[in-house]
Design a protein. Structure first.
Length: 276
């Protein structure tokens, strides 16, 4: 054994091991604090890049779900309005058929006409109030209900605008339609019957689109969940393992400090060589 006060190999080795343990301890503590085994590109550049791209897709799907939710709400309102209009037309047909009876008196026909007019005008009110987020799917406009279906915003589901206004094509009765006479009532029955068929066709179209939006919304939820789990598998730390590792490294660090202290005392043995 050689003794030197200039070079202490044991102390250098102990210090090197202690530094390694301290670095490992800091890494483990960071994983415990953040819950992530890969927190920056320095930890694993390739996996970090993959995780960041997946996080971008996940945020994109959040926007997709919001878009689909808005589209679904718009179609739900249109369907509710269309159903109410269909019910009103059925009531109007009942009034018109009754008024077409040539045997009823004038007062009765007048009362039927008043009820008919009330129901007719209610259609206009319903159409005017069937709006969500600035979009009205049944007022005869030209816009569409569009739901984004992928995080790159390159795919959509769209539902064409419909017209359920009085005299707008699907509903052939007009805003001034009356059943004041048997002839007018008979004409109204014909118009209402055709209008009912048209409204039911519109409801079928909107309903099919709404179903497609809901299915896509559910699929977006599943994709988001799968991506989130995938990100976790890539970057999340196993906290049970990290906790055990943390305790082991803390013990190892304490032992390393003691080993360094012992190694630093070794050169003092040289003094004993010069004692008489």
């Amino acid at each position: 054994m050689s003794f030197s006060v200039n070079t202490n190999a044991s102390a250098l080795s102990a210090l090197r091991n202690l530094n390694f343990t301290t670095n490992s301890l800091e890494e483990t503590q960071n994983r415990v604090n953040t819950g992530l085994k890969i927190n920056t590109a320095k930890d694993n550049a390739a996996v970090y890049a993959i995780a960041q791209r997946l996080r971008g897709d996940l945020r994109g799907f959040n926007a997709v779900k919001q878009s689909l939710d808005r589209a679904i709400s718009t179609t739900d309102i249109a369907l509710a309005a269309g159903g109410s209009i269909s019910d009103l037309l059925i009531e109007m047909k009942e009034k018109a058929v009754a008024a077409a009876d040539v045997g009823i008196d004038t007062a009765s026909r007048s009362a039927l006409n008043e009820d008919f007019a009330q129901l007719r005008d209610q259609i206009t009110t319903i159409v005017a109030n069937s709006e969500f987020n600035g979009s009205n799917l049944i007022d005869g406009g030209t816009d569409k209900v569009v739901g984004i279906t992928n995080p790159n915003a390159t795919q959509t589901i769209s539902i064409d605008h419909q017209n359920l206004t009085l005299g707008g094509g699907n509903i052939t009765i007009t805003a001034t339609q009356t059943i004041n006479t048997a002839t007018d009532a008979a004409a109204a029955v014909t118009a209402i019957t055709a209008s009912l068929d048209n409204v039911n066709s519109v409801l079928t179209t909107i309903g099919a689109g709404a179903k497609a939006l809901e299915l896509q919304r559910g699929f977006a939820d599943k994709l988001s969940d799968a991506i989130e789990v995938g990100i976790g598998n890539l970057v999340d730390a196993d906290l049970a393992r990290e906790s055990a590792r943390l305790q082991a490294l803390q013990v190892k660090q304490s032992l390393g400090v003691q080993a360094l202290s012992i190694a630093n005392q070794a050169p003092q043995a040289v003094l004993q060589l010069f004692q008489g």
